[in-house]
Design a protein around this ligand. Structure first.
Ligand code: CMP
Length: 138
């Protein structure tokens, strides 16, 4: 059965003009885009989104970066969407990401790593609903 996951094209990738190429790879990878918008998060919105990382040493840097410029938020549908999107993104650290993955191709560092994806179905539901209302999902 198909399921939803949540993805972000992060500010580094948007700024470098990689959004179109990343969306092409999402479509070529067999995902159906159910929701997509360009937003510019406030610091507070980024802090809320990454609240699970609040105790991590990189929380300040992460939320500063995510609210520094626009990003593209997406609700993506596919069979086993969470795993499929994580496979397409590659490892969090681009130095460890496999050839052919988005992070290998577009990410510069662990902090500015081009894309985000949910890590479980449960978090996908929470993350999609953080950014999208029911009416915005087609
Ligand atoms: P993301 O999938 O958006 O989820 C949490 C983010 O924290 C992660 O991608 C990285 O961009 C970031 N992150 C993880 N580890 C570090 C780190 N050691 N230093 C800075 N940022 C990190």
């Amino acid at each position: 059965m198909s399921s939803l996951t949540f993805g972000i094209i992060k500010p580094d990738a948007v700024k470098k003009g990689h959004s179109g190429k990343i969306i092409d790879k999402i479509l070529a990878g067999g995902f159906t885009i159910r929701g997509m918008k360009l937003i510019h998060m406030t610091k507070k919105e980024a802090e809320g989104f990454y609240a699970v990382h609040a105790e991590r040493p990189f929380y300040g840097e992460l939320t500063e970066f995510m609210s520094s410029a626009p990003c593209v938020v997406m609700a993506l549908e596919k069979e086993n969407a969470v795993k499929a999107w994580r496979d397409l993104m590659g490892a969090t650290n681009p130095a460890e990401a496999e050839v052919g993955t988005l992070r290998r191709e577009f990410a510069g560092s662990i902090g500015e790593n081009a894309v985000h994806g949910s890590d479980s179905d449960e978090n996908a539901t929470i993350e999609v609903s953080y950014f999208f209302s029911k009416l915005e999902l087609v």
